[in-house]
Every structure is written in C-alpha cells, then in structure tokens.
Design a protein around this ligand. Structure first.
Ligand code: DAH
Length: 350
C-alpha cells in the first residue's frame, strides 16, 4: 500500500511544515511546496489516472482526506499569522501618549501691530471702515491731489524716496504719508465717508533714536453733510480717552497742513502725571503729549477727488503709530521696533 503510506507521510511532513511557518510569506511558499504540482501530494494527484482501478477509490479517498487536513491547517495557521502580524504592526506603530509633546515657541504680535489693531478697533467700533492704499504711490495722490504744489519742500528729491522722479505725469514714490488713501477712497466711493487707513510710510530720514525711514501712520477721514470742527474735536477726544484712559483731556493747537483748512495738532494730557509733575519721565513736565495732525478737509482736496465742496464737509487726521507706542510703553529708542530682539518683543504679549 505504497501510495497510501506515501500520502500519510506527505501529510505528516506537510502538517509539520505548515505549523512551523513563521510568517505569511513563508506560509505561502510552504503551501506551494506541500500542495503544489511538484509536491508529494501533487504527484499522487497527478498519477490518479494511471493507477490500478481497484485501488483508485481508496487512494482517492485518502488523497481527499489528506488534502483537506493540510488545507484546514493552512487556513488555521494563516488566520493565526495574520492576527500575529497585525498585532506586531500595532505594537510597532504605537504612540506613547505619556511622552512629553514637542514644544513650539509661541510668538506674539509685534507691538506696533498691536497698537495699530487697538487704534483700528477704537474707530471701527464707532462705524469707521478700514481702507487700504498702495505704498508705491503716484506723486499725484501723495501730493497734488492733497493740495501740495510742486514747489513744496516735501516734494524735493532729497526729502522723498522717489521711484520715478521728474516727469510730473509719471512721478512715483514710496508714499510719505497715508493721506493719499483719502483721495483714492473718495474717487471710488460716494459720500458719506468714515474711514481709517493704517499703513507704512516712507521718508528719507536718517536713522536715530527717534527716526526710521519706514514708519506707520493711521489716516482718518470723515466726510458727510454738515460735518463741523466740533465733530472733529468730539471724535478725537473720544479716541484719546479710549486709547489713553477715560480722564484724558485734549487740546488743539493751530498748525498748517496743505490738505486741511483750518489745521491743528492735537495734544493729549499726559497719562502719567496728568500735567502735575515738573519732572515727569513721560512728558518732561510739559503736561501734554503731541499726538496727531488734523483739520477740516480743504475744498481743493474734495475737488481733486471729484466731490462737490459745496455739498460736503469733512475732517481728516493722521496718527503716527511709533511715537504714541513709545510714549505709552516708555520705549526710548525707536530702533527697538526693528531690531527683532526677542527680549524686547516678548515684553508685549498679545
Ligand atoms: N499726513 C500728515 C503727516 O504725515 C498728517 C496729517 C495731518 C494727516 C493732518 C491728516 C491731517 O489727515 O488732516 O504729517
């Protein structure tokens, strides 16, 4: 009974090989080796046609039994290895939740941006919109439309950073003030206008403790019917109280700006000593702090922007950002703003 014995042996070898297979890949090759064409079992299967017909039913039955047994163990082992390999993968990919997290240092908004945001909030909360304009500006918007004739000293090449100087039609520069946004806005919007326009401005100032060639301003413009100087005063007093504190007083000193008439400079009472200390570190005993320029919009500006000066009136103001921030926080050198020294910047958590 050679064939039957051979099958018994083949089964035993196959079962042993299957149970020893240590991975799914190994199991796959064991399967071919023990059940495939060239295996012992495969050889018996192939010879079925040529064996003695009397023996065939017994050999056939045995072949089936052996194949089933081997297949059954193969399936069982495969399931086991799949479980095992999945488990190993899970272990390998496990995240240890008890490990300390990677710490990313948190930045803060730059103190100037914080100041701009704060001033912007004060005005948007009373209905002002925020406007924007190009930093590379046409001389026409920066000067002519603002009633500043070609003979004005600010227009000299030495005072302004020109991108294109000479031919009046193409003169282009880095804006010296945010005031050109007034004209751009009026050109493209009907009155009433209530806007502020924060942004960068440029002048040829040499760098020292109080000057940088790039600095920030916040422009304000209100145009409506029957706007008076009292509106200007009330609005700016409101702003001063919001920014420096409820007890803040203001005073307006006559001044000159080409694009406003009348014009004034606005001082606020010293938030540190309220005018009471001769050697106050903030106001140096003056009692007042210079804050901004302002005035009633000159009719020539309305005309340049396409508004009818007979129908509307308005006021404008321009707030420097660096100086009030320095005064408020006791910063004595404007260069601190641009040095990018974290020891400075982190003193103003946002
Ligand atoms: N543009 C002026 C400057 O840079 C500031 C200013 C003054 C703006 C009076 C105004 C204003 O809108 O009415 O010095």
């Amino acid at each position: 009974m050679d064939l039957l014995e051979r099958l018994d042996e083949a089964r035993d070898t196959a079962l042993e090989a299957v149970s020893k297979a240590a991975s799914l890949a190994e199991l796959a090759s064991v399967e071919t080796a023990v059940l495939g064409k060239d295996s012992d079992i495969g050889a018996v299967r192939r010879s079925m046609g040529s064996i003695d017909p009397d023996l065939r039913p017994r050999v056939g039955a045995k072949l089936n039994e052996v194949t089933k047994a081997v297949t059954a163990l193969l399936e069982e082992r495969r399931a086991e290895l799949e479980r095992q390999e999945a488990e190993e993968r899970l272990q390998a990919e496990r995240v240890d939740m008890t490990l300390p997290a990677v710490e990313y240092p948190l930045g803060v908004l730059h103190v100037l941006q914080q100041t701009i945001d704060e001033i912007t909030d004060i005005f948007t909360s009373i209905g002002y919109a925020v406007a924007d304009g190009p930093e590379a500006e046409l001389a026409w918007y920066n000067f002519d439309a603002l009633n500043t004739p070609p003979t004005h000293p600010a227009r000299f090449e030495s005072d302004t950073m020109y991108l294109d100087y000479g031919d009046p039609a193409d003169e282009m520069l880095l804006r010296t003030q945010t005031s050109p946004v007034q004209v751009r806005w009026m050109e493209s919007h009907e009155p009433p206008v209530y806007i502020i326009a924060p942004g960068k401005t440029y002048r040829t100032d040499a760098i020292d403790a109080t000057h940088l060639p790039v600095f920030h301003q916040i422009e304000g413009l209100a145009v409506d019917e029957d706007i008076t100087f009292a509106d200007l005063k009330g609005t700016l007093h409101y702003f001063a109280k919001e920014f420096f504190g409820p007890g803040t007083k203001i005073r307006l000193r006559p001044h000159f700006f080409p694009f406003t008439e009348p014009s004034a400079e606005l001082d606020v009472s010293c938030f540190n000593c309220d005018g009471g200390e001769p050697d106050c570190r903030v106001c140096k005993g003056a009692g007042w702090l210079e804050m901004l320029g302002c005035g009633m919009v000159d009719p020539a500006v309305f005309a340049a922007a396409g508004y009818d000066p007979e129908k509307v009136t308005g006021f404008a103001f321009g707030i420097g950002v660096e100086r009030p921030a320095m005064v408020r926080y006791g910063i004595n050198d404007i260069r601190n703003f641009t040095d990018n020294d974290l020891r400075f910047l982190h003193q103003f958590p946002s």
